[in-house]
Design a protein around this ligand. Structure first.
Ligand code: TMP
Length: 208
């Protein structure tokens, strides 16, 4: 049976590497799995993502809506069909990114952000969300050799609010969230994630 797993975290936390590692592990075991990411994951979503990351400054509420345009396309066109098909879906960022960045980071009203997210997700919730937690300064330092996008260019206080937002979300729903210290070695992080995923898959009737 399918599982919906999301990866979350601030800049430079290493979630994409871990999402890919989990995808490879499940593929190796012949578990039907799909890896996707936000923003993007569909042709129009990709164009929106490029604009959100590299375009001109836009009001926070416009940003909130655009992330959710991309998300609604991804949920309706990719994620929900895969889940209905019995696939496990791994998504690199999902609605919690909007709550962390646009509400805690940008300061938009939390209830309003949640309501817009719900419209896009059709209330689809991840079974497991893995938060790779890292201090904002340390995460940004890992990305210093690349050109900074609109989010990476934000000041340190913004990134600290995002991190605290994520930790708050995780503490409110400890059953859904697995918080991992992102400064641990990559292989160690992979080792922490696997037993948790394995247990959830077994509970859903997967023979591993
Ligand atoms: P990434 O490809 O590095 O994960 O870049 C996505 C950027 O967009 C990252 O800085 C986080 C930001 N973001 C939001 O602000 N809100 C969202 O809902 C999502 C999905 C991403």
């Amino acid at each position: 049976m399918s599982l919906f797993i999301t990866f979350e975290g601030g800049e430079g936390c290493g979630k994409s590497v871990q999402a890919r590692a989990l995808y490879r592990q499940l593929s190796k075991l012949a578990i039907p799995v799909l890896l996707t990411h936000e923003p993007g994951g569909t042709p129009l979503g990709k164009r929106i993502a490029r604009w959100l990351k590299w375009g001109e400054k836009i009001p926070p509420q416009t940003e909130l809506l655009l992330f959710n345009v991309s998300r609604s396309l991804l949920v309706a066109g990719v994620i929900q069909p895969a889940i209905n098909n019995g696939q496990t879906v791994i998504c690199d960022r999902f609605a919690d990114s909007t709550t962390a960045y646009q509400s805690y980071g940008r300061g938009l009203d939390l209830a309003m952000v949640r309501a817009v997210n719900h419209t896009a997700t059709q209330r689809l919730e991840p079974d497991l969300t893995i938060l790779l937690d890292i201090a904002a300064e340390a995460g940004l330092a890992r990305k210093q050799d690349r050109k900074a996008d609109r989010f990476e260019q934000e000041n340190i206080a913004f990134h600290q609010r995002v991190r605290q937002g994520y930790l708050k979300l995780a503490s409110q729903e400890p059953k859904r969230w697995l918080v991992i210290d992102a400064t641990l070695p990559r292989a160690k992080i992979t080792e922490i994630i696997w037993p948790k995923v394995k247990r959830l898959l077994s509970e859903r009737g997967s023979r591993l």
